[in-house]
Design a protein around this ligand. Structure first.
Ligand SMILES: Cc1ncc(COP(=O)(O)O)c(C=O)c1O
Length: 402
């Protein structure tokens, strides 16, 4: 019913993913957008909007907050008030605004590496400090992880990077949930322990949940972290900022629309104050696409998830053959690969695979040199060709070592 096999030329529209290697024969499996066209219902809504010719200043459609509220309730059992929603033209912006709104200068924000790079950069960019509490690997390859609660407790007591004891105040936890790049949802137990930690240390939490509608296997339900906080104590809801949007699931990142859900009015005011005169509204087409995404795309999303499951399994099988340890993600379209042994032989493995015709994300950007992130949201024929190139390159390389 939906065509996930179509290989369409995204260079024609200057797609970032493809322009990075525009003049080379490299199949790009790096930045997290999908090589599938956006859902037909979004294309139709945008076509109608374009045909109408109204591209002036635009407010959010009046029914959009209600649509989202219903969706959060139905999918995640979370009661959201429409008044809590703050529209944004992007999520990374939301992370940076959360840092500004929750931490004074030099105060600290926690993140768990390996993680999507803006989590590691936002505190420093805003004149605050990052406290990295690395996730704890639970296998030797470092491709499966849990939260390191022991280390979390320790960093709250240790001197900070400037040697201050007690350390500068820690105000915020930047949570990536589901987690990019490790591809998992944190468990109920982890979320409960994390909520207790936030309560104990009076922390705000900014939970980026943009990947939550891409659960592949469905056995583990997504629990919005704000819900976990409220379940621990209703007052804790006031400490939360949740970031969400249609960019990843419906492949409309280029339209620039996201939102922050901020239950507490005072925190919302601080967040809006950080935005003032610096942040534009999402563009007129962005609202149109978001409305279509959450009202008319469920059959497409289900078909997408089936395709992503197939692709994930295809990638796992190929990486097995290549002898590269890897994650088996339960959510989203990113596989995390341990290429440290290869790195010892060839240098940066992302650069090496790029020379062999496949563009992967460099784990160093996520805080783990020697690892790779592979985006498998691509038509099967393209993915197959990329995997074959990787397999051939490794076989040839190993033959030279033998
Ligand atoms: C966890 C996470 N947050 C945010 C983004 C980017 O969001 P935006 O393009 O809306 O800034 C990504 C993109 O990969 C992501 O994985």
């Amino acid at each position: 019913m939906f065509d996930f096999d179509l290989v369409h030329d995204r260079r024609a529209w200057s797609a970032t993913k493809w322009m990075k290697h525009a003049d080379r024969d490299v199949i790009p499996l790096w930045v997290a957008d999908m090589d599938f066209p956006a859902p037909p219902a979004i294309q139709e809504a945008l076509a109608a909007h374009v045909a109408h010719g109204n591209y002036g200043y635009t407010s959010a459609p009046r029914d959009l907050p209600g649509v989202l509220v219903e969706d959060y309730h139905a999918r995640y059992g979370w009661a959201v008030d429409p008044a809590w929603i703050v529209w944004l033209p992007g999520l990374v912006l939301g992370l940076n605004l959360a840092v500004k709104a929750c931490c004074a200068e030099k105060e600290r924000a926690i993140a768990f590496s390996p993680v999507y790079p803006p989590f590691l950069h936002a505190p420093g960019l805003q004149g605050r400090e990052l406290v990295d509490v690395p996730l704890k690997p639970v296998n030797p390859a470092g491709t499966a992880h849990v939260i390191d609660f022991k280390r979390l407790d320790e960093v709250m007591r240790e001197p900070d990077t400037a040697g201050r004891q007690p350390p500068a105040a820690t105000r915020l936890l930047l949570l990536c949930h589901p987690h990019n790049p490790i591809g998992r949802l944190f468990s109920r137990d982890e979320l409960e322990r994390l909520a207790a930690f936030c309560e104990k240390h009076d922390l705000f939490v900014c939970s980026d949940e943009v990947h939550c509608d891409l659960i592949l296997d469905g056995q583990t339900p997504h629990i919005p972290f704000a819900r976990a906080m409220a379940e621990r104590s209703p007052a804790l809801l006031a400490r939360t900022i949740t970031l969400h949007g249609p960019g990843k699931t419906y492949n409309v990142a280029g339209l620039g629309i996201a939102w922050a859900i901020i239950p507490d009015a005072a925190l919302r005011r601080r967040f809006r104050a950080a935005m003032q005169k610096l942040v534009p509204e999402p563009c007129c087409f962005a609202y149109t696409a978001a409305r279509a995404a959450f009202t008319a795309c469920e059959p497409w999303r289900q078909a997408l998830l089936a395709q992503l499951r197939d692709n994930r399994d295809r990638v796992s099988a190929a990486l097995e053959r290549m002898g590269l340890a890897h994650s088996h993600p339960e959510v989203t379209f990113l596989t995390w690969i341990d290429a440290r042994a290869l790195a010892e032989q060839v240098g940066n493995p992302a650069t090496w695979f790029e020379r062999h015709g496949v563009g992967l994300s460099d784990g160093g950007d996520f805080g783990r040199p020697g690892y790779l992130r592979l985006n498998f949201a691509a038509p099967p024929s393209l993915l197959q060709e990329a995997l074959a190139r990787m397999e051939r390159a490794l076989a040839a390389h190993r033959a030279t070592l033998a």
